[in-house]
Design a protein around this ligand. Structure first.
Ligand code: ATP
Length: 360
């Protein structure tokens, strides 16, 4: 494995007239990594991908590939390939021809092309379909052809722009594990773009969460989910309870904060926090516990407002006494208890270290 970053972005900005699509974006993607750019529509993911591929120029900043600046290299000279959302397969060519075409352009020998095409077809399990044209294939099969075609010339970096969005849910889930396996087997560095957080969490080694042209946080799926660094990330990834709070006392990374009209709560601080500072408490619904009797640990009293059954778990909405409402996730089991009737008086406790005090 190469220790030089595969892709390195240094203060990259992109302006379209007065509009700032990307602002001073800096990060590195490691060799062999499955790296995902995740963010809502319009946050600049595709723009960033296009600049790495060379389809668009940067307004300022530098992009390097394995330590070499590539700003002046045209797309076809970069050891990078892209899989697009709509696959962009050649409609009149067979699967084999689609996969081999770029290799012909690159001047590969006939026998080398035949071997490589066969190899790629086996890798994406399309042996039976080699002689078909794209219109004779299902969406998932077309997606595999697009992947095989993009990987055939052995690019060092593969860019994937929402490649699963045209597939139905079941197929998308299947393709997730296939993509992860392909990445591991080929050792190609994957840079994957999506707005689907489940997709990002399930496949990536690391994720960059983006919003409004800026990177909000970079981390492993677990870090991003369990330790969001600001309100945007906490809210965008998964579900969370966001409660306005004020820091009362701070001790190292732990603090006590006051929830107006509710009481005091212990939380982990994210970044430097001083007493008196206002912020937001983020608590994942699955880290809250409900009991009918008051537990020993500190808890908040409330009553059940609503219970929604979602198969594997149930979402219970609790109205705290004089305070906001919070959502609690409870795992359902075969020996499951009956849902708590609306109006039941309950106590809500938070698991240790699960509440995070965010200041921006
Ligand atoms: P999506 O998930 O919807 O594809 P995205 O995060 O990939 O969104 P981009 O396509 O990178 O978003 O676009 C970022 C912003 O830049 C958007 O507000 C878009 O309207 C704007 N933009 C992109 N290309 C151009 C262009 N050629 N001229 C002007 N504005 C552009």
């Amino acid at each position: 494995m190469d220790m030089t970053p595969a892709v390195s972005l240094n203060s990259v900005s992109k302006h379209f007239g007065d509009f700032v699509a990307l602002e001073e974006v800096s990060f590195e993607i490691a060799d062999n990594e499955f790296f995902t750019l995740l963010g809502p529509s319009g946050c600049g993911k595709t723009t960033l991908l296009r600049m790495i591929a060379g389809f668009d120029s940067t307004t300022s900043g530098a992009i390097s590939l394995y330590g070499e600046e590539i700003g002046s290299l045209p797309p076809h000279k970069r050891p990078i390939n892209t899989v697009f959302q709509n696959y962009a397969l050649f409609p009149h060519m067979t699967v084999s021809e689609n996969i081999g075409f770029a290799l012909q352009l690159l001047g590969w020998k006939r026998s080398e092309i035949a071997d490589r095409v066969q190899n790629m077809i086996e890798m994406v399990r399309l042996e039976e379909f080699a002689a078909r044209t794209p219109s004779q294939l299902s969406g998932g099969q077309q997606q595999r052809v697009a992947l095989a075609r993009a990987m055939a010339p052995r690019p060092k970096v593969l860019l994937l722009d929402e490649p699963l969005s045209a597939l139905d849910l079941k197929l998308r889930q299947e393709m997730r594990s296939e993509l992860k396996t392909l990445q591991r087997e080929t050792g190609i560095t994957f840079t994957f773009v999506t707005h689907d957080q489940e997709e990002a969490l399930s496949m990536s080694d690391r994720i960059a969460v983006m919003s409004a042209g800026k990177v909000q946080q970079i981390g492993t799926p677990r870090e991003i989910y369990e330790a969001p660094s600001n309100r945007f990330v906490a809210d965008f990834i998964g579900e969370t309870n966001l409660l306005e709070a004020t820091a009362v006392s701070v001790e190292g990374s732990t603090l006590t904060c006051a929830l107006p009209g509710v009481g005091d709560w212990t939380a982990l601080s994210v970044g430097a926090v001083t007493a008196g500072q206002k912020g937001t408490l983020s608590i994942r619904p699955e880290h809250l516990r409900l009991t009918r009797t008051k537990p020993k640990a500190s808890s908040l009293a409330g009553k059940v407002l609503d219970t929604i059954y979602i198969g594997t778990d149930s979402q219970v909405t609790i109205e705290l006494e004089q305070g906001p409402t919070v959502r609690v996730r409870q795992q359902n089991s075969q020996s499951g208890k009956d849902p708590l009737p609306v109006g039941t008086a309950v106590h809500v406790a938070v698991e240790r270290d699960a509440a995070r005090f965010l200041t921006d």
